[in-house]
Design a protein around this ligand. Structure first.
Ligand code: GLY
Ligand code: MN
Ligand code: MN
Length: 435
């Protein structure tokens, strides 16, 4: 649970990062029609949620930077008739009393009120290229102000990207955020364990997906953080396979990449295991190699480590291992230099994790890979994917796709693996699947 004080202090912090005389506009998400009268499940905009903790659609946060910075919310009017159908709304009084806003107006009055708030300001900050409607609102507001110049009105003359500023704030998690991420992680651990335990009774990829979703939901992850990937055999080699419709073949591996979302915070976990509960010699060789790379990648995580070092460490281990198995041949340094591992490992070591599964925050600063710092949370997720169509690879390796992914918080002295409770060793997985 994140306190209202924490949301308020985030707004203050953001206001202090902006030049005097500027205004930040942060829109909420809208409800989106799925088909007919049915909507997609509502998911709040991450930037808006980060600054307000407010989960209703159709709202706009206006942050005025200045000596006494102000948070003003435009949100939906209370409407008993509509609330009878769709549930209670906070309204403007609630925005002031419960969210600590200095003022609140109905969202329907944006066109009328926003020009008054922006009159005389120098810059408008908003997240570029995220929300076409806010761009339209800004254009309309500027038009209104420019039409009034003869009356002494002054329109802002700078548009600035808020994304990177907010992205940097979101990159460093508070203790309260880490608590929510631990919860998302531990529920997701339960879901993966359930999938491993239930596998022997199941026939199709979507039945494993059903076990995951059951476990997420019943422990309070009301949504997935992203569509689960459940790929059996060759499907495991498709990195973002979400069709999840094919039969589970005894003798194949299945790759499950799934994470729950808890109070809008994501977990992101991948495990790979044999459908029949026992790794074949080839599956074991590839799995152990990926696990060795992942352990070394995680072990390196500590403050000061440059972001790209994790990938470098893992690429070296994977390349050496592929040579030992006879899948690659040649001098290790040359193979790494010419990226000979790429047909088998074509993605990066991971990404930031938080309110978004691929969370905000830069990876390079002034052209250099940034160093890890306490409070950052990242995934470490090496893989090897041996599709049948890679030339020169013996048939016995075909259709083996392995990824192992855990969520890691950088601490003052090293790291904390948020998903450490989930079995990852072969003997642990085989024992759990026999349960
Ligand atoms: N689940 C998406 C990813 O691992 O990046
Ligand atoms: Mn990931
Ligand atoms: Mn993942």
């Amino acid at each position: 649970m994140i306190s209202q004080q924490e949301y308020q202090s985030r707004r203050n912090q953001l206001a202090h990062k902006l030049p005097q005389g500027s205004v930040a506009l942060i829109p909420a998400a809208h409800e989106i029609i799925r088909n007919g009268d049915a909507h997609y499940r509502f998911r709040q905009d991450s930037n808006f949620y980060y600054l307000t903790g407010f989960n209703e659609p159709d709202a706009l946060l206006v942050l005025i930077a200045g000596v006494e910075n102000q948070s003003i919310l435009f949100n939906r009017l209370r409407n008993p008739a509509e609330e009878q159908w769709t549930g209670k709304r906070l309204g403007q009084d609630g925005a002031v009393s419960e969210l600590g806003m200095q003022a609140a107006f109905p969202i329907s009055s944006v066109e009328e009120e926003l020009p008054k708030l922006l009159n005389g300001k120098s810059a408008i900050y908003y997240a570029f290229a995220c929300n076409p409607e806010i761009e339209k609102t800004i254009t309309n507001t500027l038009k209104t102000l420019k039409n009034q110049v003869r009356r002494g009105v002054k329109a802002p003359d700078q548009l600035c990207d808020l994304g990177p500023i907010l992205g940097e704030m979101r990159l460093f998690k508070s203790e309260a955020e880490l608590e929510l991420m631990r919860r998302a992680a531990s529920i997701s651990v339960k879901a993966h364990e359930q999938a491993m335990r239930r596998c022997k009774h199941l026939e199709h990829e979507y039945q494993l997906e059903a076990e995951l979703i059951y476990e997420f939901s019943r422990h309070g992850c009301r949504s997935v953080a992203y569509d689960p990937i459940v790929g059996c055999g060759e499907n495991a080699c498709v990195l973002h396979y979400t069709e999840n419709s094919k039969p589970l073949h005894r003798g194949s591996l299945v790759l499950i990449d799934a994470g729950g979302e808890y109070e809008n915070y994501a977990a992101d976990i991948t495990r790979t295991f044999p459908i029949n509960g026992a790794f074949s010699p080839e599956q074991r060789s590839i799995y152990e190699l990926v696990l060795k790379a992942q352990k070394a990648g995680i072990a390196a995580v500590k403050p000061g480590l440059p972001w790209n070092k994790i990938q470098e460490i893992m690429v070296r281990i994977l390349t050496e291992g592929l040579c030992s198995l006879g899948i690659l041949n040649g001098d290790i340094e040359e193979l790494i230099a010419k990226e000979a591992y790429k047909p088998f490992y074509m993605h990066n070591s991971g990404h930031w994790l938080g309110l978004d599964v691929h969370d905000s925050g830069l990876y390079k600063i002034n052209g250099e890979w940034r160093a890890l710092e306490p409070g950052m949370v990242l995934t470490v997720e090496p893989g090897l994917y041996i599709s049948a169509n890679i030339p020169g690879v013996e048939e016995r390796w075909w259709g083996i796709g392995v990824r192992i992914e855990d969520d890691v918080a950088v601490t003052k002295t090293g790291h904390e693996v948020l998903t450490a409770a989930l079995p990852v060793e072969i003997h642990e997985i085989e024992a759990l699947m026999r349960d």
